[in-house]
Design a protein around this ligand. Structure first.
Ligand code: ADP
Ligand code: MG
Length: 383
């Protein structure tokens, strides 16, 4: 397989377009009007809790499920009536689904055999694949004589051997233990870089999504509710659901008092300049724990509040010592629980019951004008 040379200055073009894609089972929308452009050569991950519509979307792309409505375009051509084996798409599932009675070599050769490739060409490609996934030594073994990770490498080789332009992977590492999963994640990332193919990957594991992907599409209830790099989605979540789903977050209920002003529990705050806020409109502030810090009262008194920062009074409820850092659970005067970073200039740890001042930079707090109570509850969303 030849590597695709990409000009990094040139943004990749769209390879696959999902347009208003729906999949209904009775009156239940498993996939609810999804539109998405997948770029040529990118590693894109569908991340979401179980039942959010990831696999159904991937299956429609693969051709195993027919959309209730909507379009799937590859290079501008509709795919909806093209059968799976003519789609130029490879697929790897969580269960390896290898043929138990065939050797590793014959498993990998299988897609070429059904495509009736000449034997010489077939052998050449299979050897190249064995090398790519580092299984040359195991070519004559049966799947049952391999570890889970090796079996999954066979499945990947089998999906890649006919050189599809697009590789779809549905929780391919889900059955493996953590260490092996991380090794294979690294291999997959390198494989993607070397081959330059487009990979669409499904996982419910946010760390895996972050490790692997150039972009992540966050699924919830059959919709894509966030799309971007892991960095952007984490630093600037587009909504409260994504903020809560990806990483940890503090949510503060505040009232807008003019564009960049707000009140929190009756105390004045500054917030990011946000258009169209009515006076006294309830908005939600989101601050990541690592962006908020707790200072002892003495420390706060000797450290002037920097320009563009906020401060609220709180009481420590619990301190967690984590080696290089301390995390601190606090409750504000008005009863809002927050998790923050404990700052200790003196090396003196904060103590439960101690009054503190919690500070954060206005620029680090996201402002949301719409949300649902369920968006703020990560536990409810996760599984
Ligand atoms: P995910 O892969 O994100 O876990 P799926 O795409 O598998 O989610 O499923 C999305 C929703 O569609 C789930 O609620 C699931 O129960 C439902 N679903 C999937 N396949 C069928 C089916 N064949 N019949 C009825 N409901 C289905
Ligand atoms: Mg699934």
């Amino acid at each position: 397989m030849s590597a695709v040379i990409k000009d990094p200055a040139q943004p990749a073009s769209t390879l696959v377009s999902l347009r208003n894609l729906n999949k209904h089972y009775g009156d239940f929308a498993a996939v609810d009007n999804i539109s998405l452009d997948i770029r040529d050569g990118e590693f894109l991950t569908f991340l979401g809790s179980s039942g959010s519509g990831k696999s159904t979307t991937l299956s429609m792309l693969a051709g195993f499920e027919t959309p209730s409505s909507g379009e799937i375009l590859v290079g501008g051509q509709s795919l909806v009536n093209v059968p799976p084996h003519k789609r130029d798409i490879g697929m790897v599932f969580q269960r390896y689904s290898l043929f138990p009675h065939l050797s590793v070599r014959d498993n990998i050769a299988f897609p070429l055999a059904i495509r009736k490739l000449p034997a010489a060409e077939r052998d050449k490609r299979v050897e190249a694949m064995l090398k790519l996934v580092q299984l040359e030594r195991f070519a004559n073994r049966r799947p049952s004589q391999l570890s889970g990770g090796q079996q999954q490498r066979v499945a990947i080789a089998r999906a890649l051997v006919y050189e599809p332009r697009i590789l779809l992977m549905d929780e391919p590492l889900g059955a493996l233990d953590k260490k092996l999963r991380e090794d294979l994640q690294d291999e997959l990332r390198q494989l993607h870089r070397r081959l330059g193919i487009t990979i669409v990957y499904v996982t419910h594991d946010q760390e895996e999504a972050m490790r692997l992907s150039q972009r992540i599409a966050i699924f919830s209830h059959g919709k894509i509710v966030g799309l971007g790099s892991g960095y952007d989605l984490y630093q600037n979540p587009p909504n409260a659901f994504v903020a809560s789903f990806l990483g940890n977050s503090n949510f503060l209920a505040v009232k807008a008092q003019g564009n960049a002003a707000a009140s929190f529990e009756g105390q004045p705050l500054t917030i990011r300049l946000t258009a169209h806020l009515a006076h006294n409109q309830e908005v939600l502030l989101m601050v990541r724990p690592e962006k908020a810090q707790a200072l002892s009262v003495a420390q706060a008194a000797s450290t002037p509040l920097a320009e563009g920062w906020n401060e609220v009074a709180a009481t420590v409820s619990e301190v967690l010592f984590l080696g290089e850092s301390q995390t601190c659970a606090v409750v504000t005067a008005g009863g809002t629980a927050m998790t923050v970073k404990a700052l200790s200039a003196t090396g003196m740890p904060l103590r439960a019951g101690e009054p503190v001042r919690v500070r954060w930079a206005t620029a680090d707090a996201c402002v949301y004008t719409e949300w649902q109570a369920s968006d703020l509850n990560k536990a409810a969303a996760a599984h």
